[in-house]
Write a protein of this length. Sequence first.
Length: 314
Amino acid sequence: MATIVVPANVSYVEDAETLRKAFEGWGTNEKAVIAVLGHRNAVQKKHIRQAYWDLYQEDLVKRLESELGGDFERAMYRWILDPEDRDAVLANVALRKSGDFHVIVEIACARSAEELLLVRRAYQARYKHSLEEDVATHTTGDIRKLLVGLVTAFMYEGAEINTRLAKSEADVLQEAIKDKHFNHDEVIRILTTRSKTQLNTTFNHFKDDHGTSITKALLGEKADNEFVRLLSIAIRTMNEPLKYYEKVLRNAIKRIGTDEDALTRVIVTRAEKDLLHIKELYPKRNNVPLDHAVDKEIHGDYKHFLLALLGHQD
């Protein structure tokens, strides 16, 4: 469930006018910007951008980029975009960093088949290359095979499962892990072609038959093996997305120096989806509410904005 608090009635023209006033004069009224955009969903933000253009013949996204700065600007920029366009930007930034391939895995595995297709279309429209082309350009070897397979997948999303197949493929995964053949073609094939429901059944058989979860079986192998780390992230985002995102937030907050990119990415991309459930899980594993941890860790308008997305109302 979503965490953002959205008013029952919204006037897109009034919102556009409020934002315009926030930009006028000496300095930006950041509180006014947060009061509007921190409490609007994706459909409403799209209408606000259109209303702003109709009134002022100016791109609201570009105006926000020029008015805001630092972590607050980056978070707001990601938030104001349509979800598929946001993911396209996140994917491109991750590829250009040449080390954030986990972001590609998140986008490929945590989105539905239709959402991923929209991301691929948005990526091509924005960058004039396909997502899979750029993934292939920035990766090599087994990582390339895995990531290209994940971003080009269009997985079945129905409830049908094949129990016999799940048990058989659980054994295939177990043999590969036991023999340390993590990059086996069959491992990549299973993870990039089966539906999430089928895969979860396979993972459950793995645990029942072998006494440990597949992610725990991979745990000791991923420290110095990037392919195994990405393999583990793919499995977790498909099998236990709430636990995965809670851990990303925990690591972002508890590391020496906050990982603002990770903190922003999770809160912005999940605020309209399942952030409430992630927020509920966080204190069970960290003994502190997520909003309290965010409040303590970051500052200024960036903090107020993320807290708004977490459900706080000023």
